[in-house]
Design a protein around this ligand. Structure first.
Ligand code: ZN
Ligand code: ZN
Length: 410
């Protein structure tokens, strides 16, 4: 018995004016999604708890059966793992942006004039020269202006404030300890030292002088945020005695899965964007089901177009995904495996930000209590047999189908 868990990021939505009062899922012509609803047991899911807008990181922790309130240890660690850094216990990791600041250290552009991945890599290499007392800094650029910083050493803490405050026109601040501990105080000082040394190296870097000469904004600062450490949790494989694999484009999703003990399957052309290689991801997922008991397939595009406030495009992306996953549903049906379709949170495409509304969920597989739901959308699924569940319940419900949940009592 095997399970494929498909999570379309931010796919949940609300009734939308641009779609005549329908949600993008309701408005979409998505026959495979509707086939999943017709074959399956449907419901809606409060991923964290009713009304709580989840981040993608805490949402995935919950969906994988972990308690986000006690087992979340900051986003930076997931980004670092997703970028391929072998994090160690004690390391503190940050997400970073290359940014443009003026002579008064006021942020002009948080994306450094949309610097390319190749340019960012050259600048990241220059930052390797930074030496800090007792602590080894590891800096890696990921895509475009984004990167990851890891501080490796003794007595470090993730309880330090962000330097990137997500705003332009403000002065880059000093990191502050977020708790009264020597470790947090020490980490703030070390982070401040890294940022100031990076500032000097970048200001004088030939690549930035070239950019200025071309009339482009220089990438003359690194702004860290989202300090995180490896979560101290049992891997999902041990918790449920299963083999688990993850297929995703975005670094964050690979990182969360890796931190929880999933094997990561890299698919060529899986970018975590609307231009991702969906066919490749689906082919690899089918193949992975030969080896693994649980295959997690993440698709980011639904969230991206929601942040862009584009409900019509979201409807089209849903239609594209529905059509793209058809071979996977065919395979699962033929093999009598389980398939789950859901989202990690609602991102209303008129709002453009995550919200706490529940998401639809459907489970297809041998002997599931097929209900009367015929369409996969927020409203139809609300009448289904699963009713309204919490994100943290999902894995137990699935493991119950696999016969993996021990009896309680006698
Ligand atoms: Zn998300
Ligand atoms: Zn999002």
């Amino acid at each position: 018995m095997k399970i494929v868990l498909i999570v379309c990021d931010g796919m949940g939505d609300r009734s939308t004016k641009a779609l005549n009062g329908l949600t993008p899922l309701q408005a979409a012509n998505a026959p495979t999604f509707n086939r999943i609803a017709s074959l399956g047991e449907c419901g809606i899911m409060d991923v964290i708890s009713p009304g709580q807008p989840p981040g993608s990181d805490t949402a995935h922790l919950a969906i994988f059966g972990y308690d986000p309130y006690t087992q979340y240890s900051g986003r930076g660690a997931y980004e670092a793992l997703g970028a391929g850094i072998e994090l160690r216990p004690g390391d503190v990791a940050f997400r970073c942006n290359f940014a443009t600041v003026n002579n008064e250290d006021i942020v002009i552009d948080r994306r450094a004039g949309r610097i390319t991945s190749d340019e960012a890599k050259i600048l990241a290499d220059a930052l390797k020269d930074i030496k800090l007392e007792d602590v080894e800094p590891i800096f890696v650029s990921t895509t475009e202006h984004r990167g990851v910083l890891v501080l490796r050493g003794e007595r470090l803490s993730r309880m330090v404030s962000d330097i990137d405050v997500h705003e332009v026109g403000v002065k880059i601040g000093k990191p502050k300890p977020l708790e009264d501990s020597k470790e947090a105080e020490r980490t703030s000082k070390i982070l401040e030292e890294f940022v100031s040394k990076a500032r000097k190296i970048l200001e004088n870097h030939p690549l930035n002088k070239e950019r200025i000469a071309k009339g482009l904004l220089p990438a003359n600062a690194v702004l860290p945020r989202g300090a995180g450490t490896l979560p101290n949790v049992k891997p999902i494989s041990e918790l449920w005695d299963i083999r688990a694999a993850a297929i995703a484009g975005g670094a964050l999703y690979k990182g969360v899965a890796k931190a929880l003990g999933f094997d990561i399957i890299n698919v060529p052309g899986a970018t975590g964007t609307v231009n991702t290689n969906l066919k490749g991801k689906v082919d690899y997922a089918i193949n992975a089901l030969k080896t693994y008991d649980l295959v997690f397939l993440h698709i980011k595009a639904t969230d991206t177009v929601s942040h862009d406030k584009n409900p019509v495009k979201k409807k089209e992306v849903i239609e594209w995904i529905s059509s793209g996953i058809t071979p996977l549903l065919d395979f699962v049906e033929a093999q009598d495996y389980y398939l789950v379709l859901t989202a990690d949170h609602t991102t209303p495409s008129e709002v453009g930000e995550h919200r706490g509304d529940p998401v639809p969920v459907a489970i297809v597989g041998p002997n599931v209590r097929k209900d009367w739901t015929e369409r996969f959308d927020e409203i139809s699924c609300a009448r289904g047999g699963l009713c309204r569940i919490r994100g943290a319940d999902l894995i137990r419900i699935l493991m119950n189908y696999l016969g993996k949940v021990p009896l309680f009592g006698e």
